[in-house]
Design a protein around this ligand. Structure first.
Ligand code: SF4
Length: 86
């Protein structure tokens, strides 16, 4: 699940992040490609296929698109420090 203490090192600065696959719980990104396929303006993949945030969403539509990826992520590895997960 999202872990703000184990953000992928390539995430661009901002509230949104993808969790590194090597987080201490082993529950980070598993490289399923859902987010990068559905929202490639915001999510990219590193050389190992693990996702990171390449651009932070700003507009309501952009945020909604990223929220959709956050909800779709099979391991809930996408986080947003500016927002509660409840
Ligand atoms: S949807 Fe989740 S597991 Fe899949 S690539 Fe994106 S962050 Fe990784």
């Amino acid at each position: 699940m999202a872990n703000s203490n184990a953000k992928h090192k390539l995430n661009i600065s901002g509230t949104w992040y993808c969790t590194d696959p090597d987080d201490e719980n082993g529950e980070g990104c598993v490289g399923c490609s859902v987010c990068s396929a559905n929202a490639d303006d915001f999510f990219a993949e590193d050389d190992n296929g693990n996702a990171y945030i390449k651009r932070q969403p700003i507009t309501a539509n952009e945020i909604e698109l990223c929220e959709e990826q956050k909800e779709a992520c099979i391991v809930s590895a996408i986080g947003n420090d500016g927002q509660s997960d409840t």
